[in-house]
Design a protein around this ligand. Structure first.
Ligand code: HMG
Ligand code: MG
Length: 312
């Protein structure tokens, strides 16, 4: 049966096209209590690409003792072959050891990941903000020398579970320092999903004034408080063109209290399809991929769109 699709009414306040940066295989699967086999991970990535997602973050080259769920990064990339390579298949890399492993696999894009707060930097990277930026410098230098595309994530941009509110100026300072390392794109993370639309507008405005315009920024919203889609639409109205999302709404960070899944890619595609915004994604194929993955994980997806379309 053909799935119902939203009635299309173009929204002139939105861009004509948006790049979805799919993080399900990385942000999603890093947070699963069970370890998903490498063959399932690589099939998940292939199915996402088949559904029309152009940018897919495939895995993480972090210390496997810190994130055992993604200890099989080399195996996953080996199974993916050419599908896992190129500038649109980034992998997470915290340090030179991670970069060595990623380069060995032939990757074409990497993402470093810093924190706007001292506490989360220590919990997630075992070092403070300054030391973590020192750790990233040679990673970015070498990645650029190898011709790789480099993204910089910044976590806790909208609030921190240990430190509480995070001043916008503090976030901008860390973003500026990471971009000054030579990164191509910044991703601002609402790791615990507490942000709201005015806050998004304030941060994007402050970043712009600091010389980081919306053309160099992706937004990364977790949906803990149900704000991820509203925040994304607000960011798009402020000129953002790259949106991080996770198929099936999988995700979270094992080192961040109260981080649930990311914005579900299906919910984003529904909203953008209805507004006449081009994403290249086929919603039917994406829902099929998401249902397949939910079956592998043995639990239903939190995506409202998937539940509505599949009667789940
Ligand atoms: P450390 O213990 O300080 O590392 O951890 P170290 O440099 O002292 O090295 C200790 C040992 O670990 C050495 O081995 C290294 O070789 C090994 P030994 O000599 O003792 O046998 N090691 C590694 N092995 C494999 N791959 C590596 C690696 N690095 C060191 N890359 C470290 C520091 C950064 C490595 C650790 O804290 C870590 O791996 N953290 C990653 C945590 C993580 O992955 N969190 C989730 C991703 S972030 C996120 O989800 C947020 C995001 O989605 C945005 C948002 O939502 O806000 C991006
Ligand atoms: Mg995240």
């Amino acid at each position: 049966m053909r799935l119902p699709l939203p009635q299309v009414e173009p929204d002139a306040s939105l861009p004509s096209s948006v790049t979805i940066y799919e993080v399900g295989p990385r942000d999603g699967l890093q947070n699963e209590s069970t370890v998903v086999p490498a063959a399932v991970k690589s099939e998940f990535v292939s199915r996402l690409i088949g559904a029309g997602l152009q940018t897919v973050e495939t895995t993480s080259f972090v210390d496997p003792r810190w994130v055992p769920q993604l200890a099989d990064a080399e195996e996953v990339l080996g199974l993916l072959g050419d599908q896992g390579l190129g500038a649109t298949r980034p992998v997470l890399v915290p340090n030179e050891r991670g970069l060595d492993r990623a380069l060995e696999c032939g990757v074409g894009a990497v993402a470093i990941f810093g924190s706007a707060t001292e506490t989360f930097a220590r919990r997630n990277l075992n070092r403070g903000v300054d030391e973590s930026i020192t750790m990233f410098q040679p990673v970015v230098d070498r990645a650029r020398a190898e011709g790789l595309w480099v993204r910089a994530y910044v976590s806790m941009c909208f609030g921190d579970p240990w430190e509480g509110p995070v001043p916008v100026d503090q976030v901008v300072d860390v973003c500026r320092r990471l971009m000054d390392l030579g990164c191509d794109q910044l991703s601002i993370g609402d790791t615990i999903g507490v942000g709201t639309t005015g806050h998004v507008h304030a941060l994007l405005g402050a970043l712009d004034r600091a010389g980081i315009g919306p053309d160099r920024i992706g937004v990364h919203f977790h949906d803990t408080y149900g704000q991820a889609l509203a925040n994304t639409m607000a960011a798009l109205r402020d000129g953002i063109r790259v949106v991080d999302a996770s198929t099936g709404g999988l995700g979270g960070c094992p080192y961040a209290k109260s981080a649930t899944g990311n914005l579900a890619t299906e919910d984003l595609v529904w909203a953008l399809d209805g507004a006449g915004v081009e994403t290249g994604v086929d919603l039917d194929a994406l829902v099929e991929c998401s249902t397949w993955m939910a079956d592998r994980l043995g639990r239903p997806t939190p995506s409202r769109v998937v539940r509505a379309l599949t009667g789940g």
